[in-house]
Ligand binder design. Structure first.
Ligand SMILES: C[S@@+](CC[C@H](N)C(=O)[O-])C[C@H]1O[C@@H](n2cnc3c(N)ncnc32)[C@H](O)[C@@H]1O
Length: 451
């Protein structure tokens, strides 16, 4: 038997239950960047926000009036309203009993109506949330016709515009809510995820008379079973918020939300110059130009196609930015020593962009050049890479030039990556070169005297 401990989430949810205007929200973010997202929430929503993180998620309570601010955040992917949180003591063997517990709990979602009303208002869904059984019956009889109509509202599953279900705001006033329930599980259980989704979906249909639709749904309900904790989430975003800025995608296009988190790790200040020296299609410089308009943005790449793609992506936004795009090799940047404030970049990696064997040599070269041009003492670098071995070698070689302020393990689309925040030391580039030259001469002398 497991001992019941009140989790942070239960505490938050209990607090939100005591006030009709307060909601617990769950925001998703790339794993490893959760605290960056919390920092943005504190900055843009409320200074003393009490948030906590789980893998790839952050939770906190907000006032209803703050939802527009949440939907404008730059660091997060999806927004959910927490509709229920509870502890269920699952039996390690009795599957039937466990399923009955899930059914019983679904009869007792005390906050669900409050959350559904908020969902309707936030998503601007004009249709019926609480149809009568009769209304449901007549809607179901026209179901196939409606489904055909809904199909037109689903945005094609193309790269760059992958919406989930259909946009609730496009529904008609007399339409009856279409929905689906999905389930994510973590831990050992006597049931599988699809069983839980079916049970909760069925129970909700009995209670609310909604139309089940696995593809053209307006509302997605996610049941998250985390060992003994069951969380019910109502998805507010029908498209991840990272889908912005980029029209022309490349083989290694970075999500705009990750780009924002990387830039904010550098803590840019007004008037500073931010450079992405290996910009690919421009995700980082574009996000920087939009979100940090008081900075000057430069972007470069050595590949013609990357430069062209960046240009097209900037142009597609149809705005004027304080930015420039230059073709260069990051190993030979056209800047004076100690002249640039911030570099933020997503390093070449793997088969798609840079071979690992080459990276071992090139990363070191690149870091030395960045150390030359970034401002002494104040300059910052934020580097994202999947190639930890090569970056470790490069960091060892440049340890006198940079202080390592932060290292974050980031999981991006299932691939482990790492993000390094470096600050330039006071050692001038000449001093560094002199030390290197002296070491080389000493090594040569030692090896020749040993002959
Ligand atoms: C991981 S990709 C960057 C992807 C980019 N963040 C995006 O969202 O499209 C790395 C980029 O580094 C560029 N690159 C590789 N070696 C370079 C070099 N020596 N100088 C400049 N750019 C280089 C590649 O052409 C590639 O576009």
């Amino acid at each position: 038997m497991t001992t019941k401990v009140t989790t942070e989430l239960e505490k938050l949810f209990d607090l939100s239950s005591q006030n009709d205007d307060i909601f617990t929200v769950c925001l998703t973010v790339d794993t490893g960047l959760e605290w960056q997202a919390v920092d943005e929430c504190k900055l843009k929503i409320c200074d003393n926000l009490r948030a906590f993180k789980d893998r790839g998620k952050i939770y906190f309570n907000v006032a209803f009036e703050d939802f527009p601010k949440i939907l404008k955040l730059r660091s997060i992917d999806n927004v959910h309203i927490v509709g229920d949180v509870r502890y269920l003591e699952f039996d390690p063997e009795n599957a039937e009993l466990n399923l009955q517990r899930v059914i019983d709990s679904s009869h007792n979602y005390k906050q669900l109506k409050k959350c559904l009303n908020a969902w309707k208002s936030i998503t601007k869904y004009p249709g019926k949330l609480y149809p009568t059984h009769q209304e449901y019956e007549s809607a179901v009889s026209q179901y196939n016709v409606k489904k055909e109509e809904n199909k037109n509202l689903i945005v094609e599953e193309k790269r760059g515009s992958r919406k989930r279900g259909c946009d609730p705001s496009l529904a008609k006033e007399d339409s009856i809510l279409s929905y689906r329930v999905t389930c994510e599980r973590n831990g050992k259980h006597t049931f599988d995820s699809s069983k839980i989704a079916t049970i909760i979906g069925g129970e909700l249909q009995d209670q609310y008379h909604w139309i089940v639709d696995l593809t053209s749904y307006q509302l997605e309900i996610l049941s998250r079973v985390n060992n003994s904790e069951m969380i019910l989430l109502l998805r507010v975003t029908n498209e991840s918020l990272h889908r912005r800025n980029i029209t022309y995608f490349g083989p290694t296009t970075l999500r705009a939300t990750v780009a924002y988190n990387l830039i904010s790790l550098a803590e840019p200040k007004p008037g500073e110059i931010i450079i992405d020296p290996m910009c690919g299609g421009g995700s980082i410089p574009i996000e920087a130009a939009i979100e940090f308009p008081e900075c000057y943005i430069l972007a470069g790449d050595n590949h013609d196609k990357a430069i062209e793609r960046s240009r097209l992506n900037f142009d597609a936004l149809n705005k004027s930015f304080k930015s420039n795009l230059i073709q260069w090799n990051v190993a030979y940047l056209p800047f004076k020593d100690s002249s640039i404030d911030v570099f933020v970049t997503d390093m070449p990696f793997g088969k798609r962009s840079g071979l690992k064997s080459d990276n071992r040599i090139f990363y070191k070269k690149y870091l030395i050049e960045l150390a030359r041009v970034v401002k002494l003492k104040h300059g910052r670098l934020v580097l994202l890479t999947y190639d930890r071995r090569s970056i470790t070698i490069a960091l060892q070689a440049t340890q006198d030039l940079f202080k390592q302020k932060k290292t974050l393990g980031v999981n991006m689309g299932g691939l482990p990556a790492a993000c390094y925040v470096l600050k330039r030391t006071n050692l001038t580039f000449e001093q560094f070169q002199t030390t290197i030259n002296n070491k080389t001469t000493k090594n040569k002398t030692n090896s020749s005297s040993g002959d």
